[in-house]
Design a protein around this ligand. Structure first.
Ligand code: FAD
Length: 376
């Protein structure tokens, strides 16, 4: 019977990243998943590392996203050395197109904000976009150019985290469902699983959209909900795009060997992992409107995944206030791949009692939800 110091529930990109970082620091970790590691939201993602396109620029989430993004360059080499897996980090930039005057105004303001804070993101007029990406149908409104943006292969990243953790000495128990937490005298002492009880000093719940269901059994209410997302991919004969193309409601990410990944739909409160025709039809129509040559490309496949979202749109990365040694890392919604690298380091710092940024501590705390919901 294994007796880890830290049990992590969920071997998606979040649980995997935490397991990797903790095991690298010498912790005795057990990573568990009810299925195969990395097969849920983390496999469905497009893999964009898009901190500057959407987030509120003065927020703790934005500073955390930038912090996480900066880790990726070193992480790429580190994971490659440790596991032989290439996470396919590409940094060829992103264009966020304005599709109407309101979006144009918003993106221009964003560009100005970046200029004032000396960040690498610029407003591009119609002609400049056309020169950069001739295959795009721009809509004539210009857009924001973010040269440092990029993407990774999310599946390779999730697998590399898990394999990296295992090569650092972590135990992986896949196909093992965690039924409930073992709670004794106001402290979490392990988990009850389909393979029997596993005792440990700390438990980290990183079960993505399914975290809430598990925590509810111990009377913990997170206020999260699932948001289904669908994507599809195609192969084009020639390279249609260099940079990622992003608009409200549709993005196109150029991957390796002429492959283009197109996403994503959003259906709140759905755990349905089937791809539906209506989702594909609306995505295809939007994508072809942005990149008409897409109609000639060969369809590869489509898929769906369930994003974990919170009521206030911010992830939980926190210890539980009243139940000692229970930790939560979920609710990364549309940015779990981007935030994964930072989450691993941040959660490991929290567990080790290291000093972390006060604004992150407050913002990502579970207590914000408790006071918001008036519980406890
Ligand atoms: P998951 O990957 O869902 O992993 C949770 C794991 O926990 C699962 O493997 C599950 O089996 C396991 N689990 C749950 N409960 C239990 C239990 N009781 N016992 C044992 N195991 C359990 N993010 C980006 O940054 N960039 C993108 O471009 C991007 N695109 C996306 C596109 C789509 C279509 C979708 C769906 C998501 C996208 N995301 C993107 C978001 C990102 O994928 C998620 O935020 C991230 O994968 C969440 O990771 P996770 O580990 O929390 O959850």
């Amino acid at each position: 019977m294994i007796q880890p110091d830290v049990t992590i529930v969920g071997a998606g990109v979040i649980g995997g990243s935490i397991a990797y970082e903790l095991s690298k620091r010498g912790a005795n970790v057990c990573l568990m998943d009810q299925g195969e590691a990395g097969q849920k939201a983390s496999k469905a993602a497009a893999g964009m590392l898009g901190a500057q396109a959407e987030m509120d620029l003065d927020s703790p989430l934005y500073s955390f996203a930038q912090y996480s993004k900066a880790i990726f360059e070193g992480l790429k080499e580190e994971l490659q050395d440790c596991t032989g897996i290439d996470i396919e980090l590409v940094q060829k930039g992103m264009i966020k197109l304005a599709r109407n005057p309101l979006e144009q105004e918003g993106l221009k303001k964003r560009a100005l904000h970046f200029k004032e804070s000396n960040e690498q993101a610029f407003w591009l007029e119609e002609k400049e976009i056309q020169a950069k990406e001739p295959a795009i149908q721009t809509g004539g409104m210009g857009g924001l150019w973010i040269p440092g943006d990029g993407h990774v292969n999310p599946s390779a990243l999730s697998t590399a985290f898990v394999q990296g953790a295992v090569s650092n000495g972590a135990a992986l128990l896949d196909y093992t469902q965690v039924y409930s937490l073992i709670v004794e005298n106001g402290k979490v002492n392990g988990v009850m699983t389909s393979a029997g009880p596993i005792k440990s000093n700390h438990v980290i719940v990183a079960g993505g959209a399914w975290s809430e269901e598990l925590l509810q059994k111990t009377g913990i209410q997170l206020n999260t909900y699932p948001v289904k997302g669908e994507c599809f991919s195609v192969f084009a004969k020639q390279q249609l795009l260099q940079s990622t193309l992003f608009t409200e409601g549709c993005y196109i990410v150029p991957k390796k060997a002429g492959r283009l990944l197109i996403g994503a739909t959003e259906t709140p409160h759905s755990f349905n992992e089937r791809v539906q025709v209506k989702g594909m039809m609306s995505l295809m129509e939007r994508a072809a409107g942005l990149l008409p040559a897409l109609k000639e490309a060969s369809f590869e496949k489509s898929w769906a995944g369930i994003r974990p979202q919170t009521a206030d749109g911010l992830p939980y990365m926190s210890r539980h206030r009243n139940l000692n040694d229970l930790w939560i890392a979920t609710g990364h919604y549309r940015n779990g791949i981007l935030l994964s690298a930072g989450t691993g380091v941040y959660m490991a710092d929290l567990l080790e009692g290291r000093e972390v940024r006060e604004d992150w501590l407050q913002t990502f705390s579970m207590e914000r939800q408790i006071s918001y919901a008036g519980r406890e």
